[in-house]
Design a protein around this ligand. Structure first.
Ligand code: ADP
Ligand code: ZN
Length: 730
């Protein structure tokens, strides 16, 4: 397979010294001596480490600061394909940017150690000279005839082909009439076809597709189009073009486990399934997919953010769909934003990157304005479908009846929709039955013992659950504080409670509830989506997972139960995110011939987010948001990092936080705020303090942080976590 960055690899022979990066959180690569078998950069090798064997990747020439005689020798080279140079440079870049250990980033690139070992040998049965004394039976004759006619089949396949039991094949192997020969395993992924009929694109779509499909080196394109404008069809053209050039393509989706509809469209366009990459793959599937990407037989990968670290030898395109989505930010371990890192991967690999969204992030829009990214605009829905009309329900004027959450204008609209035989959706971005449970007698609130969080009642599961650490208890019979029996009341709604109300208010309607804990796993989600699409559900109640790109032609009404929900809290992006989420939810309505309508229940009808949604005026809203951020020198106009220090003991933690504060960097254009209790001051039993570091774009933020952390090291059991470009302020 030709590689975009192919250069003859330098070969290191016996007794030379190479740097081997281990997939461990160490400061850097370690030097090893090359044994009898020569190695090259990118080779996967086994090396001795602290009396054990560890896998690693040859990173280049050794540093040479340890005398070769004292170095350990590489044990063996593994049969895996070498990690491509672009991937190695990407690992280094991500590590430097996020301040993660390079080995911790490498671990994401070689996340399936089994894939690095030799693949299990496949063997097939071939006819050999039959022994003179072979007793013939009808069954044996069938097997020998089947074996004669075709390339070698595995014993099981041969038995199936001949229509006999496996024992017959076994006996022929034992008798020597058949021999086992090695054979190539069947490919896991068929090559996608680019010659199938594609939809006829509108002029606007065709113009955008032509730009994306043109041969190009590194470039970033914002594909900016309202929901239903055909962004997917357009970037499929770019995928086809990459394939026709013999290159691989990667599509990142925010919720890959929920994207059965997307996969169906891919199969219709390309005739085969793409390789899928996400955390719910089985171990064997993960191993085989990793290998297929590495050997180039997987031509198109659709995946979650971690797919960015796969060892593509020949990547020619990256698409980030719903680029504004918060799911692209990884918060645990190596904290990175997959959209931003996709751009980095594109630059390193010299390939185009497409960012698609109906509500692009401020970051991306700022890059368009600065001329760094190109913009392709699809202003209209496909085939003249109208955008839904959005209206507000002022909860101060028309509140729901006591104990209910749906206001009269919303219930009336739902009834009309159901009467017309159409579907409606109620959206509330809160799992469970009620967010807070308190004792009616003494006011005691059920709280997580390990986190700064209330326990959320999940009535269907019969549990009180912490949404931060997963801790749960059975709902108590009596108050742990005042011991009053049966005194707990649920406060506020979650989706379960809204579904309960929907069933109560619309007794004739088939109500379906979709939240990540009620519809778990790809199969359940696909089945649920099918039931909605086939109109087996009239009234859909769900959290944000129902907002994700689905296309339900009969869905004409969307009701947002609490449009203000995302505006709470001190999050930098609260307004932007709320606008994006509600636009996306609204985009589910009226996607086909029937016009759609969206009703937002709010206590803040004058909030800029609500006004912008009603007026359909994204640009004014974004301009105002951008102005605020510019004034505050906040991202994307300034740089921001968060430093979270945590520990089991609050006193020791506070001492260390004060020490850190004393050695905080002082430089022109850089400001350290804190320490302050992190908004989640207790998480999974660890107390947390936060510093925010603000800097102008000219400051080398990473270098300042590196020097700071080196000057004031953090020792176990305390921990420090660096989050460059933080998205979660929790
Ligand atoms: P977006 O990704 O912008 O939300 P989609 O690509 O999902 O939009 O398109 C919305 C719907 O319109 C889909 O059902 C899609 O198949 C259909 N569609 C879009 N463009 C065309 C076209 N040129 N011809 C036929 N159908 C199209
Ligand atoms: Zn908890």
């Amino acid at each position: 397979m030709p590689s975009a960055v192919a250069k003859p690899a330098q070969i290191f022979y016996a007794d030379s010294v190479v740097a081997v990066l281990l997939p461990l959180p160490l400061a850097g690569a370690y030097d090893y001596r090359v044994g009898d078998c020569p190695v090259a950069a990118g080779d996967v090798v086994a090396v001795p480490l602290a009396g054990r064997e560890s896998l690693g990747v040859v990173w280049g020439a050794g540093r040479g600061d340890v005398a070769p005689a004292r170095l350990k020798t590489i044990l063996r080279r593994l049969p895996a394909r070498p990690l491509p140079e672009a991937v190695r440079r990407f690992v280094d870049w991500v590590a430097a940017y996020t301040l993660a250990a390079p080995g911790a980033v490498l671990k994401m690139a070689i996340s399936v150690p089994q894939a690095l070992e030799a693949a299990a040998m496949h063997r097939g049965c071939r006819l050999s000279e039959p022994p003179a004394a072979l007793k013939m039976t009808e069954a044996r004759r069938k097997v020998l005839a089947a074996a004669a006619a075709r390339p070698p089949l595995s014993p099981a396949d041969l038995a199936r082909e001949a229509g006999v039991g496996p024992a017959v094949v076994r006996s022929l192997l034992e008798a020597g009439a058949l021999t086992l020969v090695p054979m190539a395993p069947p490919p896991l992924f068929e090559p996608p076809r680019t010659d199938l009929p594609a939809p006829v694109l509108s002029d606007g779509q065709a113009a955008a597709a032509a730009q994306l499909a043109a041969p190009q080196d590194f470039a970033v394109w914002l594909l900016d189009g309202v929901t239903g404008s055909g962004k997917t069809e357009v970037y499929f053209e770019a995928v086809a073009a990459a394939l026709n050039r013999g290159r691989q393509a990667l599509v990142l989706l925010p919720e890959i486990a929920l994207s059965a509809q997307w996969l169906g469209r891919f199969v219709r366009r390309f005739g085969v399934e793409p390789a899928v990459w996400h955390s719910e793959l089985s171990d064997a599937r993960r191993r085989d997919t990793w290998r297929a990407v590495a050997d180039g037989t997987a031509r198109v990968v659709v995946g979650a953010r971690s797919a960015l670290f796969l060892p593509f030898p020949d990547l020619g395109l990256i698409v980030v769909d719903e680029e504004h989505d918060g799911a692209f930010k990884q918060e645990e371990g190596v904290t990175y934003h997959a959209r931003d890192m996709a751009v980095v991967r594109g630059r390193i690999g010299g390939l185009p990157v497409v960012l698609a969204s109906a509500t692009p992030s401020l970051e991306t829009l700022a890059n368009v304005q600065a001329g760094r990214y190109g913009r392709l605009h699809l202003p209209d829905r496909h085939a003249g479908a109208a955008l839904p009309e959005i209206a507000l329900i002022d909860l101060r004027r028309t509140p729901p009846p006591r104990g209910f959450w749906l206001a009269p204008p919303l219930t009336a609209a739902i009834q009309e929709t159901l009467d017309r035989g159409e579907q409606a959706m109620l959206f509330l971005n809160r799992r469970g039955y009620a967010p807070l449970t308190l004792c009616r007698k003494c006011g005691y609130r059920l709280q997580c013992p390990h986190c700064t969080a209330w326990l959320v009642e999940h009535r269907q599961a019969g549990r009180m659950v912490c949404h931060h650490c997963g801790h749960y208890v059975r709902p108590p019979d009596r108050c742990p504080d005042c011991e009053a029996p049966d005194s707990f009341v649920a406060c506020g709604p979650g989706v379960e409670r809204v579904a309960e109300e929907a069933i109560h208010r619309f007794p004739g309607a088939r109500v379906g509830l979709m939240a990540s804990d009620t519809v778990s796993g790809p199969h359940a989600a696909a089945e649920f989506v099918r039931r909605v699409a086939d109109h087996e559900i009239d009234l859909l109640v769900g959290t944000q997972i129902v907002a994700k790109g689905y296309h339900f032609p009969m869905l004409t009404l969307v009701g947002v139960v609490d449009a203000d929900l995302g505006l709470e809290g001190g999050d930098l992006r609260a307004a932007e995110r709320t606008f994006q989420l509600l636009s996306q939810v609204a985009g589910r309505a009226g996607r086909a011939e029937r016009p759609g309508r969206v009703l937002l229940q709010t206590f803040q009808p004058d909030h800029p987010v609500m006004r912008a949604l009603v007026a359909g005026d994204r640009d004014t809203f974004i301009a105002a948001e951008a102005e605020c951020r510019r004034d505050a020198a906040m991202p994307p106009f300034g740089r921001l990092a968060a430093l979270i220090v945590s520990g089991p003991d609050a006193t020791l933690l506070d001492e260390h936080a004060r020490r850190l504060a004393r050695c905080a960097p002082q430089a022109e254009g850089l400001q350290v705020i804190g320490p302050a209790p992190a908004p989640m001051a207790l998480l999974r039993g660890r107390h947390r303090r936060r510093f925010l570091v603000k800097a102008t774009r000219s400051v080398n933020l990473q270098e300042a942080l590196r020097q700071w952390l080196a000057a004031c090291p953090t020792k176990q059991p305390l921990r420090v976590q660096v989050d460059i470009d933080p998205y979660s302020f929790g």
